[in-house]
Design a protein around this ligand. Structure first.
Ligand SMILES: *Cc1c(COP(=O)(O)O)cnc(C)c1O
Length: 360
């Protein structure tokens, strides 16, 4: 006999992040985790440095200055914002607070993997609903809801498919769910969206008291290593998160970096312009050599190689050139590779490598 965790823990396979090393290859271009094309904002780097000499001080447990900066940047009430150690932490807190043994969590088949992993270890039954054209299917999701369903998660635009569910469909999803079901709208890629009519979730949050919007500094703000995310929700949900989160869950350097990142002049505009330009160029170049690319509203594209074998061969071809992208077998999409939009040089390298692959 030895110590044993709760049985549901043993059902979980640990999350595997994007790789960052290839044995024997010196120069690596990491395009596997959607980390933003330009690194961290210069002002954030400065803020992290400045915080080093204050490292002995506990952070403000309420992250007040950070919440005020987020509220000002997004036109939201800071009292309804909760910050977390990455949005991953907030996902876990929501699932543990509202889900657990005897409950069900509903997500779309190719939604973000962390919902499934966290749902399983929390003891939820996780229901993955088939999609249509690699896009969440609202009718199918509503049909999957049962009396035990407590949580519905939607990534919009979605990772790893890049697809967007129109605002009307998001509203229809909320309207079709019982009031005692929490809907989490994960908008990790919101800033990259150029489709008209998109709302990252605040509208639906404001129109109900059972919806949460999740956001992150890990993508367009280039601060994945700092671990900083936030939620916008009703006062009741905010109060619940306040009970279950650790008192110092956002560290001082992360909070300072977040405030500085929001203040970085022109950062979002520059990133969005670059992303839209190179997403289009990369997509067109790959389509031109017979590799279909899903229309994406994010900072990555999902490339279709037609079969798992060919996707594997393309992955090997890229890796031999130091290019690391994300294999999709673990997501149930083995014939695809997900490629992050890097800087111009990195995109050119992907185009050159995959053009050679497709022609070779
Ligand atoms: C990257 C990502 C996250 C994780 O964000 P962190 O703030 O780094 O924890 C959450 N949701 C989706 C859909 C993501 O792609």
């Amino acid at each position: 006999m030895t110590v044993m965790p709760r049985p549901s823990i043993l059902a979980v396979e640990p999350y595997v992040g994007g790789e960052s090393r290839i044995p024997g290859v010196n120069r690596i271009v990491k395009l596997s985790s959607n980390e933003g094309a330009f690194g961290p904002p210069p002002g954030a780097v400065e803020a992290i440095r400045a915080m080093a000499t204050e490292a002995h001080r506990y952070p403000d447990g309420g992250a007040k200055a950070l919440r005020e900066a987020i509220g000002a940047a997004h036109g939201l009430d800071p009292a309804r914002i909760v910050c977390g150690n990455g949005s991953d932490e907030l996902i876990a807190l929501l699932i543990m607070a509202y889900g657990g043994e005897g409950t069900e969590l509903v997500m779309s088949a190719y939604g973000f993997q962390m919902y499934e992993l966290t749902g399983l270890w929390a003891g939820c039954r996780v229901i993955k609903v088939p999609e249509r054209e690699l896009t969440a299917d609202v009718d199918a999701m509503l049909a999957a809801v049962g009396p035990r369903t407590k949580l519905v998660f939607l990534t919009n635009p979605n990772n790893p498919t890049g697809t967007l569910l129109p605002q009307g469909e998001v509203e229809r999803l909320r309207a079709g769910l019982r009031d005692d079901i929490l809907l989490a709208l994960d908008s990790a890629y919101a800033e990259y969206v150029t489709a008209p009519g998109y709302d990252a979730g605040a509208k639906v949050v404001d129109a109900s008291d059972n919806t949460v919007m999740l956001r992150t500094f890990s993508k367009i703000y280039g601060l994945g290593g700092m671990r900083l995310g936030w939620a916008y929700a009703s006062p009741t949900i905010v109060a619940v998160l306040g009970r279950v989160r650790g008192p110092f869950n956002v560290n001082a350097a992360a909070a300072a970096a977040g405030i500085a990142a929001l203040a970085e002049p022109g950062w979002i505009g520059k990133n969005v312009a670059h992303n839209s330009e190179w997403r289009a160029k990369l997509s067109a170049a790959l389509e031109a050599v017979g590799l279909p690319v899903r229309p994406s509203e994010t900072n990555f594209v999902l490339v279709d190689f037609g079969s798992a074998e060919r996707a594997g061969a393309a992955d090997a071809h890229l890796r031999a050139r130091g290019l690391i992208v994300r294999a999709m077998g673990g997501y149930g999409l083995p014939r695809y590779l997900r490629v992050t939009i890097g800087n111009a040089e990195e995109c050119e390298m992907v185009i050159e490598a995959l053009t050679g692959f497709a022609r070779g």
